[in-house]
Each structure stands twice: as structure tokens, then as C-alpha cells.
Design a protein around this ligand. Sequence first.
Ligand code: CTP
Ligand code: CA
Length: 221
Amino acid sequence: AAHAPARGPLAGAHLLVTAGPTHEPIDPVRYLANRSSGQQGFAIAGALAALGGRVTLVAGPVALPTPAGVTRIDVETAREMAAAVDAALPADAAVMVAAVADWRVETAAQKIKKGDAAPAPTLALVENPDILATLSRSPRRPRLVVGFAAETERVIEHATAKQRRKGCDWIVANDVSGDVMGGDANAVDLVTADGVEHWPRAPKGAVAERLAHRIADALKD
Ligand code: CTP
Ligand code: CA
């Protein structure tokens, strides 16, 4: 079908967003997961599309509708997410909101059985690739790379250290000690080269719109 040309400050730009948790299989019927609902990342993808951007949303397993105008790629594991991000390049900006599992499990080919008086199994964990750090150092790095930092204490300090370690341009410092994960509102601090901006607690949709406008402004220069 013919599409009307996109309008808005992000017309002509390709924006890449990751969102949601990843699931790391333990065996064919079990997995490791986390409490990310995908809401904040989906809202950001929708807000970027609403500004006229072409948006690719790489989504972990979540129960959310695809925002209008967004191309969605569903993945399950961190490694699948890494591959989908790579396949979606080039992009003008990337916003990595996903709560990527830090570790995967050495997966058993068959369902692990309780057995007769067998000891409880232990899970051997293997570190997953860091998608944000890899992208930040890639020769195909987007012009603007934005990370999220989920922290429960010393939020700004940890987030600033993360931004340096991972080599992203901005990091959205997110205090997840309360009801943020799975909740409707978010309070964040935006850490950029210019300093730290505190954004008061607001619905995730409002945080998304504010960030989308900031990204549009940054890509203009
Ligand atoms: N991230 C990623 N790939 C990973 C882990 C994290 O792309 N394997 C990204 C997240 O999407 C987020 C940022 O890195 O944008 C920070 O994630 P976070 O979990 O807060 O940081 P970690 O470096 O994993 O540190 P820790 O969980 O130990 O605090
Ligand atoms: Ca992590």
C-alpha cells in the first residue's frame, strides 16, 4: 500500500528501540525472567513514531499492543535481541530500554526431572552479551545512543558510571526501588554530557513524549 510521507520533526529518521524483559530458557518448559512490563519502551517507540520517525521496536516477551506506526520484532532471549538490533541497523538513534537478562542458563535439552531423592539442581549462569555497550562501540553506531539504568540505590552515581562504562551518549537513570516496574508512572533523571536533569514523576507516556522531543532536538543539530 502507498504510505503518506511521514511528517514531524523525526521525518526521515530511523529510530531503534528495545523494550521488555528477555526470557532465558532453563529447559524446554522453564525460563528465567524479570519484572519489566515493556510499558516504558513501548511508550517511547510510540512517541518517536508520533513525531514522524520510522521506528523499529525489538520487543522481549510482553503482553502489549504494538504502538501505531511502529515496526515490531519479537524476540525471546538476550542473544536474539542482540541479533535483531544488529539486523535493524543502520539507525540514527537507539534507545535501549529493555531489561536484558544479564545471564543466561546452560539450557538442558530435556525437561529437568525431580528424580528420586536427587539433589536440587543448580543453575549454571553464563553472562549475556551487552547489547548497549556493543552498539555504542560498533562501527555502525547510531549518532545518538541512549541507555536506561535501572537502579535501586545511589541512582545517579550508578547511572553515570554506567554511561561511561557502556559508552552511550545519554542515560536515563531510573529508580526502580518502588513500584516503577509494571507500574504506570516513572521518575527519571536524564544524564547527558551537559549534566543531570531531574524529571518529576509522571505517567510513562509523558516521560516518553518528553524523551522523544529531546531526541528529535538532538538529531536536528
Ligand atoms: N543492556 C543491554 N544488554 C545487556 C544488559 C543491559 O543492552 N546485556 C542495556 C539496557 O537495555 C540498559 C542498560 O544496558 O539500557 C543498562 O542496563 P542495566 O541492567 O541497568 O545495567 P547493567 O550494565 O546490566 O548493570 P547491572 O544490572 O549490574 O546494574
Ligand atoms: Ca542488568
